[in-house]
Design a protein around this ligand. Structure first.
Ligand code: SF4
Length: 226
């Protein structure tokens, strides 16, 4: 297949984004939260886990530890006990506690508002930072690329990178900026309902004639980075 020009790829991407936007309008985040601290911890806990599972544990977690100061001082075993229904709960508990300790020690117990400061926190990668910046502070720096966004972008041949974090830079070149904040929410819904990892429903997909991977057998699954 001939190499696609950037202009052609941009046009195809814009069409794909528009079609998904029509199907899943809005940019809501499904993780329950009441402030930036709760959002940061909820997103940190959500890696490799459904939002519903996270929403099941965060009310208890935030009732016990309503501020970064409380979480920073919490016994690690107690955090683990509260979130043990989540995958990778031991690592997530450690990251949450270390993250809270950094908030207290370095940011006056507040959530910082820059990509550099956020990604310096334990357990926080660009995906988490993008969501927090956008949803908590209205700052748009990039696209939150999780496993769903990464898989769909790979299928659409918008990136050939090996990780979601690397793929984000390819997506920033071809997705119009006005959609950067909505892509995560919308493509996650699309990935769950249509472009499933193991069983993509190409027969009902609104992107079928602009997707180079339509009706091709899925490749082995890749894992998301933090
Ligand atoms: S055509 Fe198939 S592989 Fe391509 S985006 Fe749609 S469901 Fe996914």
């Amino acid at each position: 297949m001939a190499r696609e020009s950037l202009a052609s790829k941009k046009a195809r991407t814009t069409e794909a984004v528009k079609r998904i936007d029509q199907r899943y309008p809005g940019k809501a985040i499904l993780l329950n939260h009441e402030n930036p601290y709760q959002l940061l911890i909820a997103v940190l806990l959500s890696a490799q886990t459904t939002d519903k599972q996270v929403n099941n544990v965060t009310p208890t977690l935030f009732a016990h530890y309503p501020s970064p100061i409380d979480l920073a001082q919490a016994p690690l075993e107690d955090i683990e006990q509260i979130i043990k229904s989540l995958g990778f709960y031991k690592t997530k508990a450690r990251h949450a506690k270390e993250c809270a300790q950094q908030l207290v020690a370095e940011h006056g117990a507040e959530v910082p508002q820059t990509m550099e400061e956020l990604t310096a926190l334990a357990g926080v990668g660009r995906k988490t930072a993008n969501i927090v910046l956008n949803m908590a502070f209205g700052i748009v720096e990039g696209i939150a690329v999780d496993t769903h966004v990464f898989r769909i972008a790979t299928k659409l041949k918008l990136t050939n990178k090996k990780t979601p974090a690397q793929a984000e830079y390819d997506l920033l070149k071809v997705i119009p900026e006005q959609y950067w904040t909505s892509v995560n929410y919308q493509w996650v819904q699309f990935g769950r309902e249509v472009c499933d990892a193991k069983n993509p429903h190409c027969d009902i997909c609104p992107l079928v004639e602009i997707c180079p991977s339509a009706f091709k057998k899925p490749k082995a699954k890749r894992r998301a980075s933090k």
